[in-house]
Design a protein. Structure first.
Lengths: 116, 115
């Protein structure tokens, strides 16, 4: 079975400061990895994903995440946050399968609050 | 862009009422999903459908049923609403290819309160 642990339920940070949102997963098979973001009163949007290749993946708004297989982690980072980054962030994993439905398993979420 | 539309953003119902949550996607996706989102628990899969009239149970199907009569529409039904079904409900869809990676496209959510 797979599981996802987001180590911080809330992360307060000042504007322009760096931030790291931590995600660890457990799986007996290889996985795809995702970060989704949920802005207030909205649904989830895909922020970035790791499917294969380079272990460092980037989003269009300055976030990056690094897949670390040995530590089974996929932490999300941004060097300088903006007020508009205030949202809830969900880490998710999908175990690789050769056919059928790849179930997406979500962490409990991390609420990022950026203060001026 | 993929658009997944949930018809009701906010609903208030009484215990025992029958509740319908409707979801429509406009990208001809084969697969559709219903999740519920609760604080501290993340998202939990209720049901999903990979084709018209096909459905499979997710992790927490008890107390829910679904209907998919047309490819673009996936309905979640609470036959007799209870207070423990007060939650945010999220609909999602994916194409055949993204299904195998797990990438989903979400609606804005329906917040249901059962009194």
């Amino acid at each position: 079975a797979q599981s996802v642990t987001q180590l911080d339920s809330q992360v307060p940070v000042f504007e322009e400061a760096p931030v790291e949102l931590r995600c660890n997963y457990s799986s007996s098979v290889s996985v795809y990895l995702f970060w989704y973001v949920q802005y207030p009163n909205q649904g989830l949007q895909l922020l970035l994903k790791y499917l294969s290749g380079s272990t460092l993946v980037e989003s269009i708004n300055g976030f990056e995440a690094e897949f670390n297989k040995s530590q089974t982690s996929f932490h999300l980072r941004k060097p300088s946050v903006h007020i508009s980054d205030t949202a809830e962030y969900f880490c998710a994993v999908s175990p690789l399968r050769t056919g059928g439905y790849n179930k997406l398993i979500f962490g409990a979420g991390t609420r990022l609050a950026v203060h001026p | 862009d993929v658009k997944v539309t949930q018809s009701s953003r906010y609903l208030v119902k009484r215990t025992g009422e029958k509740v319908f949550l409707e979801c429509v996607q406009d990208m001809d996706h084969e697969n559709m999903f219903w999740y519920r989102q609760d604080p501290g628990l993340g998202l939990r899969l209720i049901y999903f459908s990979y084709d018209v009239k096909m459905k499979e149970k997710g992790d927490i199907p008890e107390g829910y049923s679904v209907s998919r009569e047309k490819k673009e529409r996936f309905s979640l039904i609470l036959e007799s609403a209870s207070t423990n079904q007060t939650s945010m409900y999220l609909c999602a869809s994916s194409s055949g290819t993204t299904l195998n990676t797990g990438e989903l496209f979400f609606g804005e959510g329906s917040r249901l309160t059962v009194l």
